[in-house]
Design a protein around this ligand. Structure first.
Ligand code: FE2
Length: 305
């Protein structure tokens, strides 16, 4: 049996491509609470208060699309081994193992998933000083999860478990699947949809107090949640969804359920209001938030264009 290509440690970052990169980067910097670590023409790298060099890359492009999703592995040897295992599975590399040409560098490789999304695995990325606020500014610590719209949820789940070694934490009927690579209940989820696109990106606040104060800060900037605040059933995490200037959906979350690997049993959640929103404060998602989460069709494989 084919082994997964690597043991993923964490979700590092997400990259988005958008015609409104400047406005989006300004929003994440000035309103959302991230800090710019580096920028270049048409591209900005932003960090949270945690250990990761950057958790978001925003890059100028012709249309809204996913740039890439980056995961960490433990060592260069694991990156090299992953390259061999990908070759063994007939999955071509987009970038061979080597020094990554981006902010924070690191040693990594890149390849595409079945819907043309770019996946990066890396190690030895440059350190930054943790700035965990310990009760002060209500700013995100890390990227909590990325939800992806997929045209084939079973193929997506198969690839991310079989090839990337992720585990299924829960299903929401046959509509969504929640995948983990560490104790966090999910770092990736797939949502069955009419086309491939980014559904939303979630940023973890250190506590529910930071979460609520973050929502308050956005209110002072004139932004009210598209959906939330509430608490999801699968993952038991708090949620509050907003749209950024590019039209992409971003979420503040906190208190994501921690999984004990050997004891966890996957469940299937019915899609009823009392399970989607345990607090009963958010109500069902509106047409508006659903339209933002659907986004525009992402053809993927942007690096081949
Ligand atoms: Fe979410």
């Amino acid at each position: 049996m084919n082994e997964p290509i690597a043991r993923l440690r964490t979700l590092r970052s997400v990259a988005v491509r958008t015609p409104r990169a400047g406005d989006a980067a300004e929003f994440y910097r000035e309103v959302w609470g991230l800090t710019e670590v580096e920028s270049d023409t048409g591209v900005s790298w932003l960090r949270g208060t945690g250990e990761e060099h950057h958790i978001l890359e925003v890059r100028q492009a012709a249309q809204n699309a996913l740039g890439k999703i980056a995961f960490s592995v433990g060592s260069p040897r694991e990156v090299d081994e992953a390259a061999k295992r990908l070759a063994g599975r007939g999955i071509p590399l987009v970038a061979e193992p080597g020094r990554l040409d981006q902010a924070g560098h690191g040693y990594g490789l890149r390849f595409a998933d079945p819907e043309g999304r770019l996946i990066e695995i890396s190690c030895d990325v440059e350190a930054v000083t943790p700035q965990d606020p310990g009760g002060l500014p209500a700013v995100p610590r890390k990227l909590a999860h990325v939800v992806l719209n997929t045209v084939d949820i079973d193929a997506a789940a198969e690839f991310y478990t079989g090839v990337l070694g992720m585990r299924v934490s829960d299903w929401s009927e046959h509509q969504m699947v929640f995948l983990r690579c560490n104790r966090d209940h999910h770092v990736i989820a797939f949502n069955s949809a009419a086309w491939t696109s980014v559904n939303h990106m979630a940023y973890e606040m250190p506590s529910i107090d930071h979460f609520m104060r973050g929502i308050g800060r956005l209110r002072h900037h004139g932004l009210t949640p598209l959906w939330g605040p509430g608490r999801h059933g699968p993952g038991n995490n708090t949620f509050s969804y907003f749209a950024d200037p590019a039209g992409l959906v971003c979420e503040y979350t906190s208190e994501v359920q921690q999984v004990e690997e050997d004891a966890w049993l996957c469940r299937v959640w019915r899609r009823v209001p009392e399970l989607s929103d345990l607090w009963g404060t958010a109500g069902p998602p509106s047409k508006d938030v659903r339209a933002h989460m659907a986004g525009v069709p992402d053809p993927g494989r942007w690096w081949e264009c």
